[in-house]
Design a protein around this ligand. Sequence first.
Ligand code: SF4
Length: 416
Amino acid sequence: MTSDKMHRRDFMKNATLLGAGMTIVDAARLAAQEEESAPPPPAPAAGSTTEIPPLAGTVPRRKLGSTGEEIPMLYMGGSQKFDTKYDKLLHRAFKLGINYIDTAEMYAQGQSHAGVAVFQQQVGRKNLWITTKAALTGTKMTPENYKTHLDKCLEELQTDYADMFFMHMIQSEDNLEPDFLKMGEEIKKSGKAKYFGFSCHHGNVAQLLQKAAKVGGIDAIQFRFNFRQYGDTELNNAIDACKKAGVGLLAMKTQSSIPNDIEKVVEFQSKNFNLFQAKLKSVWADDRIDAAVSGMTNVQVLTENAAAAMSPVQLTMNEFHQLNRLARLTAPYACLGCNHICESRIAGKLKVADALRYLMYHECYGDPETARLLYAALTPEERDFDGLDLSEAINTCPQGIRIDKRLRRAKELLLA
Ligand code: SF4
């Protein structure tokens, strides 16, 4: 490791996230000040127009926890609707060694499975790794209905088995109680899934990881992990515990997307990577993470992401610092999903983190349809904030988010 190149894990030990309660104007001002005092950039700005050389080879593979399986370090997110005749993107990804597709019952308004089903028939089931997930929003899942939903997933995917079945978006540690772990074992014994795990992106990710490391029976976890969490000691300890216990760790939400115009407050500069690639590289630089999922909706994104995965070049110290600065300056626009912090300080059942996540689908993913559907699925009590006192929640939000303004924005955009 040279003085300028470092693994993210080492960097994380020294980095501290500032709780930024600033407006974007403040942020821009601070960014300008920082730019003045920052060392000169290593090369002209790459931005998102970095030239990607023709790709040769395939995406490297890493071991998934203690399963003994090797999976591509970059895998395909399935929240999009795939072409049910011939999906060019899936085929192109497959040629690049990305043979792992992560789908879910609810993705693409229930239509993701259909495209994956056709694709697996075209390339051969045994040549793919397919994981799927089940959850019911607003309804408590029991072991029995997880099993029923797995059957439905397999039917839709037109396959006898999933390589892994996840309990999707779990929030409660109850999901790691013996009856659920027994269900996981039964599913594996039945051959309907080779492995069993869960996904989570709410505020108690660290607790869930810690519990998973203790109880056993969880083969892998898909969880929110990105450059904004450099200084999260609790999460780092939980990741260490999982690694020690042989639990596979799959990163999602690696881009930590915020609106484009806000992200431009820091002009990421690198001679090697654009910002999107750098965010992925920062996750892969942590050798505790086995792979990262990405929702790759066009050839350019797929090619850029695969190129980043294949590149032996690591992020420089300067690039890590730029990401850290970006995290600080744009914090008020990046909800981390720690809903236990804000929602416990608001009377009633307001779902702040969910509403802000749906806002992100609209503002950043360009998927207003899904955003509106999910927002509409919230009950009026979970959605309406008029008359509620949000001041304590705003004051304690670690990201300094003006929850009132962002919820208003969500309402304007999503209740149209
Ligand atoms: S609004 Fe703040 S406290 Fe609430 S979930 Fe988002 S980051 Fe956490």
